[in-house]
Write a protein that binds this ligand. Sequence first.
Ligand code: FMN
Ligand code: SF4
Length: 516
Amino acid sequence: MTVRIFVPSDAAALSMGADDVAHAVQCEIADRKLDATLIRNGSRGMMWMEPLLEVETPSGRVGYGPVQAADVKAIFEAGLGNAHSLNVGLVEEIPFFKNQQRLTFARCGITDPLSFDDYEAHDGLKGMRKALNMTPDAIVAEVTESGLRGRGGAGFPTGIKWRTVLKTDAPQKYIVCNADEGDSGTFTDRMIMEGDPFALIEGMVIAGLAVGATKGFIYIRSEYPHAWAQMNNAIELARTKGVLGLSILGSGRVFDIETRLGAGAYICGEETSLLESLEGKRGQIRPKPPLPAIKGLFGKPTVVNNLISLASVPIILDKGGAFYKDFGMGRSRGTIPLQLAGNIKRGGVVERAFGLTLRELIEDFGGGTHSGRPIRAVQVGGPLGAYWPDHLLDTPLDYETFTEKGGMLGHGGAIIFDDSVDLAKQARFAFEFCAIESCGKCTPCRIGSTRGAETIDKVIAGDNVVENLDLVRDLCETLRDGSLCALGGLIPTPVMSAMEHFPEDFDQESQGSGVK
Ligand SMILES: Cc1cc2nc3c(=O)[nH]c(=O)nc-3n(C[C@H](O)[C@H](O)[C@H](O)COP(=O)(O)O)c2cc1C
Ligand code: SF4
């Protein structure tokens, strides 16, 4: 029987030499005249093990990692699946992987991302086949029942957004997938595009059937060349298979998708700027209302959803809203793919039901800091998220609980810092980031962000610390209350949380340095 060997083509694995490993595997197969096939899968999301080479054995897939091309010969010599210093055992028994609840990521790293046979063998297209036999109202009701909320950051209920588009009469409607993935430390959108692109296509087709849209666009960030290529290949294949086109699976229903490359700006991830950019204009915020659901792309009713929201829809249609809703806590239903990044021993993706605590995520899954030093701060939710100290790490990952404690879940990314971090510098970085990424439409954000960075510089230099910290507080209030969108409106969160939880980093005098 042909032995299947897997080497990821995920960008994280590629950056660690996966292509060289794959080439070495091909050479060994040829030299040894083995009956073996090399499959370029997506990543399982255990980044510290990439490139993770896997060999299919009767008892399951055995992994080796991290593998370099020079290791491949010895792995073959030892006998595939046999003892070797890089052998990590059965991949699905590794606690980091085994203790997850993978719904959206069920196939990622397991299947050949560009094989429809593999996709269907792992439950692919089941949700879409069901949706093709349902009324738009029934599809929307199923998504509403699941409790799915937008995974792009705001956590808005997906079913309600879809219903608004469904109920808005128009000859043309659109589905727009937000794959701009601008939050620091996040990479799940990229992983799905590279590791399970058909899941996104299926989710977008279902969204189209639900609201009466026949056309979809995927807005992919420009820093994702591999995802861009993979997504375009997947769309071509989907057209060939009749999953996209003028008669989806022979149903007579129409849906097609085009990709667009992002403009390399954080603000283009905000849905109205994204729509401007998609229309070929400069990425600037549109005032709301009107909501994109009523007047979106080219003035037509548009569903704008994050990629993970859309890729979670097929399993909801397949297994039912009630199945999905059964996971989670409070009003946060289902699972969320969390991302561990920064100073962390085991970085990667952890998909779990809402309710896991931040400490469980960082310590049980992540294994603590990479440096081995104590954790001092964690920033969840991207560059607009709060910096939290140790005593907040027992907070369960849930939209409402995070908000109550002054944080936000965002796109589910957590960045870990050890005790060498300087939170005054991080607060300055927040202002600097805002200054660089501001779209320039409103004054508090355009000017205030630069003034903020300058004022924190004075604090760091010990210049009138108390007065300047008061100025920063004032400025944050102005930004929060006077900004047109959440970039300027939320940048006070990292700044103020750093000042609140780590005051000693801002007030050198009280630490006895004597600087003033
Ligand atoms: C400054 C800013 C940047 C954003 N960046 C992203 C992004 O990169 N990806 C994303 O999906 N949503 C991003 N959002 C949220 C989107 O505006 C929007 O809420 C989301 O695409 C809606 O999809 P969802 O309901 O599925 O989350 C951003 C919002 C703001 C204010
Ligand atoms: S807050 Fe900043 S990014 Fe948002 S509209 Fe105003 S200037 Fe643009």
